[in-house]
Design a protein around this ligand. Structure first.
Ligand SMILES: NC(=O)c1ccc[n+]([C@@H]2O[C@H](COP(=O)([O-])OP(=O)(O)OC[C@H]3O[C@@H](n4cnc5c(N)ncnc54)[C@H](O)[C@@H]3O)[C@@H](O)[C@H]2O)c1
Ligand SMILES: [Zn+2]
Length: 367
């Protein structure tokens, strides 16, 4: 079990991680100081699996209500925020209440934005229940919802008071969601931590089996990296951009397929393959290192096909991305395992070529 600190412009908060950490949830919430009651925000699906444990943890801690909302991505929108906030008003939630978000990234992003904007801000606790949420979305203070025009277009930086990441909550996670998180774990290895990369390489079968020791080890390691990066650059003006490794093309794939074909990590899996090939094609990373990255991504499991997706559609989407600069895509490219460069411009012709070769490269890595 570990306690990791993150500094943000409005103060510090702690991430408590480890198997069984939830048992300390009650005292961590009490430790936040006086409140007029807590409200748990979650989804029916998450509640079905985790509700009993969460209720036991926070029993007697002034829980005044459990508000469940559908956590499909399509429901990550302003209408859901309004509905939850109206429920809070009717329940008499005031500025000194505490919201506890229990769920994956969708629940966390919506609940985070609810907390940021309800009565101009109430305290927030994250209890992430997906691997992706434990290593990524519950950390760093980004909250928000989608618009019909695009993902995450409305939101706020709003750090939680505390994050409780208990790996035992992942036991019930659908296998595909576990693998989705593992792609982000691979990402951390490539961008910042050679030892993590090697560990994941050695322990992939245990991780896929959800071996508690292996899972806890990588989760803590990833949280430490994200904590370091967002403490240095909370608002993504600079080095936080390394976290977008694989996301330039990954986001474009998600958009091109209407967020239906890939779960997030899978799109990032493809995106990391493309960025790695681009790194190699432009001489930034040597072929042997690139081949190791490609093999590790392939070992996470099958990826939904990209065969019917046109590179020209991706070009249009990438240029219009909110992270593009004057219509030019910015790439995060590996220079070796454990180190990337960010803000890189690459001729689209090279990116399109890498995209065209992806299927073949992945098949070869699996041989
Ligand atoms: N704020 C950030 O910094 C940040 C970073 C990355 C991603 N995100 C956002 O996160 C979202 C994706 O989050 P996600 O990958 O966690 O997926 P998710 O929230 O969609 O959850 C995936 C599925 O798993 C179910 N689930 C969650 N926990 C479970 C458990 N313990 N047992 C069984 N089922 C469980 C959910 O009900 C859902 O059906 C996207 O909207 C993305 O934009 C935000
Ligand atoms: Zn991601």
């Amino acid at each position: 079990m570990a306690k990791i600190q993150i500094r943000s412009s409005v103060g510090r908060y702690e991430v408590h991680c480890g198997e069984g950490m939830l048992a300390r949830g009650g005292s961590l919430v009490v430790g936040l100081g006086e409140s007029t009651g807590t409200f748990v925000l979650s989804s029916p699906r998450v509640w079905k699996w985790c509700g009993r444990r969460i209720s036991d943890t926070f029993r007697g801690k002034q829980v005044r209500g459990v508000i469940l909302f559908d956590d499909r991505e399509a429901n990550k929108r302003l209408a859901t925020v309004e509905k939850i906030q109206r429920t809070l008003v009717r329940a008499g939630a005031d500025r000194r209440c505490v919201l506890i978000a229990v769920g994956g990234g969708v629940v966390g992003d919506v609940a985070g934005f609810v907390a940021a904007s309800y009565l101009r801000g109430v305290r927030l606790v994250h209890v992430p229940t997906t691997l992706l949420a434990q290593v990524d979305s519950s950390l760093g203070g980004k909250t928000g919802v989608d618009l019909p025009e695009g993902k995450n277009l409305v939101g706020a930086f709003y750090p939680p008071q505390v994050v409780i990441a208990d790996s035992s909550l992942l036991e019930t996670l659908p296998h595909r969601e576990l693998r989705s998180g593992l792609y982000e774990v691979v990402k951390y290895g490539v961008i910042a931590d050679r030892e993590l990369f090697a560990y994941v390489q050695r322990h992939m079968p245990s991780l896929l089996r959800r071996d508690p020791k292996a899972l806890s080890w990588v989760i803590e390691r990833c949280i430490r990296i994200k904590a370091r990066v967002v403490t240095k650059d909370e608002h993504e003006d600079g080095p936080r951009q390394i976290l977008n490794f694989g996301h330039t093309l990954g986001h474009a794939l998600e958009t091109a397929t209407g967020y239906k074909r890939f779960v997030h990590g899978e799109a990032i899996g493809w995106g990391m393959l493309a960025a790695t090939m681009l790194g190699a094609a432009t001489g930034r990373i040597d072929e042997r290192e690139a081949a190791r990255i490609i093999r590790l991504i392939a070992s996470v499991g099958p990826l939904p096909s990209i065969a019917a997706i046109k590179a020209s559609d991706l070009a249009r989407i990438v240029a219009g991305d909110k992270k593009a600069l004057r219509g030019k895509a910015r790439w995060v490219l590996p220079v070796k395992i454990g180190k990337v460069v960010w803000g890189e411009e690459v001729p689209w012709k090279l990116a399109a070529r890498a995209f065209g070769e992806l299927l073949g490269i992945l098949a070869k890595a699996r041989e």
